[in-house]
Design a protein around this ligand. Structure first.
Ligand code: SF4
Length: 343
């Protein structure tokens, strides 16, 4: 999250695949969210909220309710009213700052949007996935890039905060195609983006395509690179990237559930430290100038510099040809600055 803003404390209420007109090739919400299929009703919403507000980390100034894992705006009007109505008393007591929902770009209906607005929905996250129609069709999304464009514009006009979820590595996608998706999203200026590289999950159509050799997922280094380049472009355009990589759920992590794809428990950190390394490369001495060096960076940048299992230290050695004899944190240094000390 950019700008030093505190992260919201999100209370997720999963409605796995409820409201979805069909299954997209990559999707298996029950495994991703570890929720069983079944009707989520107002009573269940109240139970989840009552449990969440007992958490010691609960902070009404930061707390939001989120309906995730389905197509919220495709639920029927009465269901939307019931679910949001169950949240209303808690909103009125000032226990939450608002509600967010995730939905498909082709699911928006003005009456339901008006109801959502009245009932305290502040943020709508759209599963855009790609801005390339061929990728969308091969992934059986059932909507076009133009529908995503229209959806973002409509939601912004109605005063919602708009989040865009993107998925590099879908069938028909490539590095270049995904970067053009990102450029199109930059033009749309949503308020935030999430990046979820496509994974091959057991039981999905993508899993069957993979097993027949019809789909090759991204490798981990490739996915990290695409997400690093994309995040840089988005954040340089003032659009915060609030999540990179799927959250793990116990069901997703059960052996054999992820058949293939760029899964890593610290995926977001891999991307952030790669972005950091790209940003500091020009401040390092050229190869052959020093035999041994130390580096001093802002104290909060030390983990990013070190990277996952010290891969950042190995990278500095490779780039400079020098042994890295120490890393120091200095709170007075600005972010992204590196001071190199000859040893
Ligand atoms: S619309 Fe979203 S939740 Fe529904 S099947 Fe497709 S990806 Fe899954």
């Amino acid at each position: 999250m950019s700008g030093g803003r505190k992260k919201p404390f999100i209370v997720p209420i999963f409605i796995p695949n409820q409201g979805c007109p069909h299954r997209c090739v990559f999707c298996e919400q029950e495994k991703i969210t570890a929720e069983q299929k079944g009707h989520v009703d107002g009573e269940r919403v109240v139970r989840i909220i009552k449990t969440a507000i007992k958490s010691p980390r609960f902070d009404p100034a930061l707390a939001e309710i989120a309906f995730y894992g389905g197509t919220f705006a495709n639920l029927n009007y009465r269901t939307i009213e019931e679910l949001l109505g169950a949240v209303s008393p808690f909103l009125k007591k000032g226990l939450f700052t608002g509600i967010r929902v995730s939905t498909r770009p082709d699911s928006l209906d003005t009456d339901k949007l008006a109801l959502m607005k009245r009932r305290g929905v502040k943020t709508v996250e759209l599963g855009v996935q790609s801005m390339n129609d061929d990728v969308l069709s091969q992934s059986e999304r059932g909507h076009s890039a133009q529908e995503s464009e229209k959806a973002v514009a409509l939601l912004k006009n109605l005063g919602f905060q708009v989040g865009v979820q993107l998925m590099p590595g879908l069938p028909g996608d490539s590095h270049a195609i995904f970067l053009s998706t990102v450029e199109k999203v930059v033009m749309l200026q949503p308020h935030m983006v999430r990046l979820y590289p496509a994974l091959v999950i057991k039981g999905t159509a993508l899993g069957r395509m993979y097993e027949k050799g019809e789909y090759i997922p991204l490798g981990l280094p490739e996915a990290v690179e695409i997400c690093a380049e994309s995040s840089r472009k988005l954040e340089d355009a003032g659009i915060p990237v609030i999540r990179i990589g799927l959250m793990s759920s116990p069901t997703l992590l059960m052996e054999g559930q992820i058949l293939a794809g760029p899964w890593h428990t610290a995926f977001g950190f891999l991307v952030r430290s790669r972005m950091y390394r790209k940003g500091i490369a020009s401040q390092l001495p050229a190869r052959g100038h020093l035999e041994k060096l130390g580096v001093r960076v802002r104290d909060r940048d030390v983990p990013l510099l070190r990277g996952y299992r010290n891969e950042g230290i190995q990278w500095i050695s490779m780039v400079t040809g020098a042994e890295v004899a120490g890393v120091e944190g200095d709170p007075s240094l600005p972010p992204g600055r590196v001071e190199v000390i000859e040893k």
